[in-house]
Design a protein around this ligand. Structure first.
Ligand SMILES: Nc1ncnc2c1ncn2[C@@H]1O[C@H](COP(=O)(O)OP(=O)(O)OP(=O)(O)O)[C@@H](O)[C@H]1O
Ligand SMILES: CC(=O)N[C@H]1[C@@H]2OC[C@@H](O2)[C@@H](O)[C@@H]1O[C@H](C)C(=O)O
Length: 368
């Protein structure tokens, strides 16, 4: 078990946008952030991405999953081997399917394989325990968002928005003593973020994403599509709630007849509408919305979000954080919490009945 006090821990995340693996070191005792360390990125090649894409929506033992898992493990091992002097690692894996009310949640990649390859204890399978206890299994970054709100010295409620493949929003009251306190957090997935737009760009332009929002900037938003989207039943569900990457795939069909630029503008506007509908659930107004994830680099998306919010909307860099690495850092932080027996999710973040510490710890030498 982990010695007390802060440790250097390496966290990794392979997100729903399927772009690559992020890895980042932080120093923490699982409660307070002491320092941020180095970070790295390992892009998936087009071939690798195709293997992952083909396995989306699949469950363990289904075709293509073993190949995807092996690829995820290899890419992580490659990236993680470049870090030294860490006590522990957190490995999220690649979500292939997420159906918390039905079949569960599936992150490809086995932490035991990485523990062996790296000679490090590895915490992994962060979401299953929460789902088994009736939670959504996502989002899990909120406990870290609470620590970040303290780190930036916030003294009133703030919100963190992650714009990855899917969007997720965390409302934080930093005046509470900890993330487990009543009224400290409310978190949920907002709706689609970059995934539908990325898919459109891939299908129509053969590129991975709308860099800088350049295509969307030249298009016109289709009001009928947006009006229909804003009435989606997901937005009427009370949080906590979570999504799978392809849960809003009917959006693809809704923009199918639109010219490229109008389709891109409309999918970008849909992200902002989902955030706005999400913010309606905030228990109290926030002093600012801090945006992390790749979508913060899309000025068109950011402007549309800012237009719909009644508080300042800024990239997390404005408060000295790294929006490319924040989720990897979150899984470093959560790994330490698991190793210390601290909870990682709460009724107000995943809807689980009581606070739970998800995650399994694998040690080198346990397998084979
Ligand atoms: N310069 C940019 N301009 C526009 N969009 C960008 C830019 N850079 C990144 N993105 C978008 O951000 C996406 C990647 O975001 P990120 O790395 O946060 O996702 P992720 O971590 O895979 O997803 P999730 O948080 O859902 O797990 C890209 O697929 C792209 O759509
Ligand atoms: C099941 C799953 O992998 N969900 C991801 C996904 O990507 C964004 C959103 O959907 C969020 O729910 C979650 O990731 C972040 C890191 C989280 O758990 O907080």
């Amino acid at each position: 078990m982990l010695k007390s006090g802060a440790v250097r821990v390496l966290g990794t995340m392979s997100g729903t946008s399927l772009d690559g693996v992020d890895a980042a070191v932080i120093e923490t005792d699982g409660v307070t952030i002491k320092a941020f360390g180095d970070s790295g990125y390992r892009r998936y090649s087009a071939e690798e991405r195709a293997v992952l894409r083909a396995a989306l929506g699949r469950w363990p033992d289904e075709p293509g999953v073993a190949e995807a898992a092996a690829l995820v493990e290899e890419a992580h091992a490659e990236l993680m081997a470049g870090f030294s002097d860490v006590a522990l690692a957190g490995f999220h894996g690649q979500t292939l399917a997420h159906d918390p009310q039905g079949r569960g949640t599936h992150q490809a990649g086995n932490g035991a394989v990485l523990a062996e390859a790296l000679g490090l204890p590895v915490v992994w399978d962060f979401r299953s325990a929460d789902v088994a206890l009736g939670g959504q299994g996502a989002p899990l970054a909120p406990a870290y968002h609470f620590a970040l709100a303290k780190w930036i010295g916030a003294e009133a409620p703030v919100a963190f928005l992650n714009l990855g493949g899917v969007g997720n929003l965390t409302w934080v009251d930093p005046r509470k003593p900890g993330p487990e306190a009543e009224g400290a957090l409310l978190a949920f997935d907002t709706g689609p973020a970059n995934a539908p737009l990325d898919d459109l760009m891939q299908a129509r332009r053969g590129v991975g994403f709308d860099e800088g929002g350049v295509l969307a900037a030249t298009g016109e938003v289709s009001e009928p599509v947006i009006e229909r989207f804003a009435e989606h039943r997901y937005f009427f569900k009370m949080p906590p709630k979570s999504l799978d990457r392809n849960d809003f795939s009917n959006l693809d069909a809704a923009v199918a007849e639109l010219p490229d630029a109008d389709a891109a503008a409309t999918l970008t506007a849909a992200v902002a509408v989902a955030v706005m509908r999400g913010a309606e659930h905030f228990p109290a107004p926030v002093e600012r919305l801090l945006v992390t994830g790749g979508g913060r680099k899309n000025p068109v998306m950011m402007a549309m979000i800012a237009e719909g919010m009644s508080c300042p909307v800024d990239a997390v860099e404005e408060v000295g954080l790294d929006g490319d690495m924040l989720e990897a850092q979150a899984f470093a932080y959560l790994a330490v919490r698991v190793a210390r027996g601290l909870p990682t999710s709460f009724p107000s973040t995943t809807g689980v009945g009581a606070a739970v510490g998800g995650g399994e710890i694998s040690y080198p030498g346990e397998t084979g």
